[in-house]
Design a protein. Structure first.
Length: 497
């Protein structure tokens, strides 16, 4: 990459204003429970935001963003119910709409609007006592919608906006992390976006490992794999994300079962990420798990490529954990996920010995781009202990908007494999309206297999074809049927039952 692409010259960003913000909900039921950490998910709403903008020259535009609102991920406070979790996330979304609108009273770049909107949204969340992972989620929805709107208005893809000489987003990485002063957005992304991506299949805590262990009353027979065994056989998976629960004997036995089926079906040709899901208050217990796995399941241990945040977020970035972090990272590199609630979280994590950080659209795109640039710089400088890295992790992203926008972002970063589980826990595109299904199957014929009036994500040899996501905006297009959704003001938690 040349110096001209890495060092800011005098970017000319597009300026715009937010004219209107609308929120809609769509309820989705899972085909099987998704158990992670302390939560078990069977029904969830997807919150969509639609934003109308006006460029400084008067050109109108619109953008969209969306995420599921899951229990006990953004906030694991045991005193809060699922309804409380959703109320907090909706509060953050509404606060962000107000903050971003106020930040663009005078037309400004997407990045400048984000800076002010992000700060004010966090302040509103602080006033309600929210953690920053929760309050910043509202900001990330608006951030993505504005990026999408500008890309569609300019007829530019996300990757093109990040590598364009005029820096249309106005992205200033040094304003996020001072150590990146003078570094252009192009330094954070791949030279060309990924055209395919390997699925890192989630093995949830309640997922069946073998077909034979599924009771007849729980057998779905819905045309999709259900057990890990079936997924390995039918989709040729080469990456798995395996969750552990902080119960040493139970975790070892479950890992033993997984190792056996991987050896039997995939002949051991699988790479694994091990997700601790904040189930540990200290790292000695987790180190004990790694020792047991290394001793009793050596082939499986060699398949583990990295560890995803075992420590509870309350202690994960505590300097007193540094020795434990070093002990784990001496075995396998470890990253933060849920502790990535602030702009400088990855910087602080690196200082304690962590090697990586996850990217999820629900945590913010600009922050992830800064983290990617930092990881590349730290790797280039070298510390003798290996690379620094970003990984693509999932929040049960579903078609159209959450999945397509997340994959578009991951593709721009050049990440070659990413956790995906929306296609596992939810049946295909059944949750979409008939009009959305038809358009999706027409626009993304290489990404989905049609099946009558519905369709399924096409996973071949463990990968999906994502070339069709390189379209103006953030990859989702305009396939949003709000007539089949519920305006947020009319949605009730009881509707999930």
């Amino acid at each position: 990459m040349t110096g001209d692409r890495r060092i800011c010259k005098k970017p000319m960003a597009e300026r715009l204003s937010v004219r209107d913000v609308s929120y809609y909900m769509r309820n989705v039921r899972t085909r099987m429970p998704f158990r992670y950490g302390v939560a078990s998910l069977t029904s969830v709403p997807i919150l969509h935001v639609l934003v109308d903008v006006e460029l400084a020259d008067g050109t109108p535009g619109s953008g969209v963003a969306a995420d599921i609102l899951p229990p006990k991920w953004f906030d694991k406070d045991p005193t809060k119910s699922y309804a409380d979790n959703i109320d907090d996330l909706v509060f953050a979304a509404r606060a962000a709409a107000n903050a971003y609108t106020a930040a663009s009273t005078t037309a400004a770049s997407v990045f400048d609007i984000w800076r002010d909107g992000y700060t004010e949204t966090l302040a509103a969340g602080d006033g309600r006592g929210l953690n920053h992972l929760t309050s910043s989620h509202g900001s990330t929805l608006m951030e993505r919608a504005l990026i999408d709107a500008l890309g569609k208005t300019r007829s530019c893809t996300y990757h093109q906006m990040l590598t364009a000489a005029d820096n249309p987003l106005g992205l200033n990485l040094g304003a996020i992390l001072p150590s990146l002063a003078g570094v252009l957005p192009a330094a954070a992304v791949a030279a060309t976006p990924q055209t395919t991506i390997a699925i890192r299949h989630t093995v949830g805590l309640a997922d069946p490992i073998r077909d034979t262990e599924i009771p007849s009353v729980e057998r779905l027979d819905d045309g999709l794999p259900q057990s890990l065994e079936a997924y390995l056989r039918q989709q040729g998976l080469r990456w798995l994300k395996v969750k552990v629960n902080g119960d040493l004997p139970a975790d070892v036995e479950r890992l033993r079962e997984i190792a056996a089926i991987v050896d039997e079906v995939a002949l051991g040709g699988v790479s694994i990420s091990l997700d601790g899901n904040e189930q540990y208050g200290e790292l000695q217990s987790f180190t004990d798990l790694l020792r047991r796995v290394e001793t009793e399941l050596p082939a499986f241990y060699e398949m583990i490529r990295y560890i995803e945040q075992p420590l509870e977020r309350a202690v994960a970035l505590d300097p007193t954990q540094a020795a434990g972090i070093a002990a784990v990272c001496a075995r396998k590199p470890m990253l933060i996920d849920e502790s990535d609630g602030d702009l400088d979280a990855f910087t602080r994590a690196v200082e304690l010995g962590y090697r990586g950080v996850s990217t999820k659209n629900c945590k913010g795109l600009f922050k992830a781009l800064a983290n990617a640039a930092l990881a590349r710089r730290l790797t280039a400088e070298g510390d003798g202990a290996g690379t620094f890295f970003l990984t693509g992790e999932d929040l049960m992203n579903l078609p159209v908007v959450p999945l397509h926008q997340d994959l578009t972002h991951v593709a721009a970063l050049g990440i070659k494999h990413a956790e995906r589980n929306g296609h596992h826990y939810v049946r295909g595109i059944d949750h979409l309206s008939p009009a959305e299904r038809r358009q999706l199957l027409l626009e993304h014929a290489d990404m989905y297999d049609a099946d009558g009036d519905t369709g399924f994500l096409r996973v071949t040899n463990g990968t999906i074809d994502i070339r069709s996501l390189q379209r103006p905006g953030l990859g989702a297009g305009d396939n949003i049927d709000t007539d089949e959704m519920v305006p947020l003001k009319d949605w009730t938690f009881d509707s999930l039952a």
